[in-house]
Design a protein around this ligand. Structure first.
Ligand code: HEM
Length: 86
């Protein structure tokens, strides 16, 4: 995140911003712009693009990525753009 101030995103901002340059998701309170991660996703970019705008916590607690729960923050660190406003 370099030294930029932490931006707080509302859930509405997540869902209304969705294109191939800005593609926001939230996981465990952090907000990521995964646009540049889409082509790198081992499960394909399309399925991940469909998740844009969503809060994905459950995918990493009960879903098919529960094995990645402890790793996800590290995997996406370079894409973090802020935190989710609760
Ligand atoms: C930004 C969030 C995500 C990250 C960082 C991520 C990361 C990964 C990684 C590292 C893999 C390789 C397999 C593994 O190690 O388990 C993978 C595979 C896969 N991902 Fe994701 N994923 C994300 C979101 C999603 C979402 C939301 C879905 C769909 C609900 C999804 C569906 C899949 C599928 C179907 C595979 C291939 C099969 C599997 O290994 O389960 N992913 N993903």
């Amino acid at each position: 995140m370099n030294n930029r101030p932490i931006k707080e995103f509302t859930q509405e901002e997540l869902t209304t911003t969705k294109n191939y340059s800005i593609c926001l998701v939230s996981i465990f309170g952090k907000v990521y712009n995964i646009a540049k991660y889409l082509p790198k996703h081992p499960g394909g970019d399309n399925i991940l693009f469909q998740a844009a705008g969503d809060i994905l916590d459950e995918v990493f607690t009960d879903g098919n990525h529960r094995n990645l729960k402890d790793k996800v923050a590290g995997m996406l660190a370079e894409y973090q753009v802020g935190v989710l406003k609760r």
